[in-house]
Design a protein around this ligand. Sequence first.
Ligand code: PGA
Length: 275
Amino acid sequence: MWNSRSHFWKGVSSLIPNNRKALIAGNWKMYKTIAETEAFFTEVAPLVKGVTHCEVVIAPPFTALRRAAELAESVGISIGAQDLHWEKEGAWTGAISATIIRETGATFTIVGHSERRQFFGETDQSVNKKIGAALSAGLRAIVCIGETLQERETGQTEAVLNRQLVNGLAGLTEPEFSPIIVAYEPVWAIGTGRTATPEIAQQAHCFIRGCVGQIVSPTVARGLRILYGGSVKPDNIRGLMEQPDIDGALVGGASLQAKSFASIVHYQVMEAAKF
Ligand code: PGA
């Protein structure tokens, strides 16, 4: 199993440069029908078409994946699922496998989002199995980690992040890391309007890169893209992106409107030129 995954990504790993390409991903959560997905892409297409300074990903609900993949192709946006099951197929009512996701045209999947951990019993161990399944099917995995408010206030942030990384990434070999992206999403900042300051986020990202350096290798750590997530908006993205270890964002609420998502994608544009 490990070998087949290594083989799949062998050609790709050499393409990931050490100067990390930014990635802006929208996580739609349980929002948008197929009709609403179509309306979003009609509006966003002229705003983000031709963007080359960053990769752009949208993660709609499962039911809209296929239509989104059709519409996103000509715009240069990649499509991702929000979750997956670790088995290829079987008696798992309500679950969706990486193979089924792949068939829709999606090329990414989010794994271990804090809402999955909090409300659906996701553990570091299931995250680890899901990453394996995603890589086997040729999906890139955006692996979410992050501490709760209580964990931060009791000084456990670093221990929690380290545990989530050690257990979530267990058993992965160096070449398997090129399709992996980590998203640091402090639970206290998700959907609360309470963003981590760029300095707090940078501190956590730097810590995460250091952990990956120890768990895997310094080379993998240098090439690893680490996204920030939690109340990212057009007016705070720039400060976050200026931090040396923040390589992009995982955006929830602000990804639902084409204009605000496009403004985030164009984070490098001067204030006045924003949409
Ligand atoms: P938010 O969500 O931007 O609405 O805080 C982020 C996320 O959960 O990925």
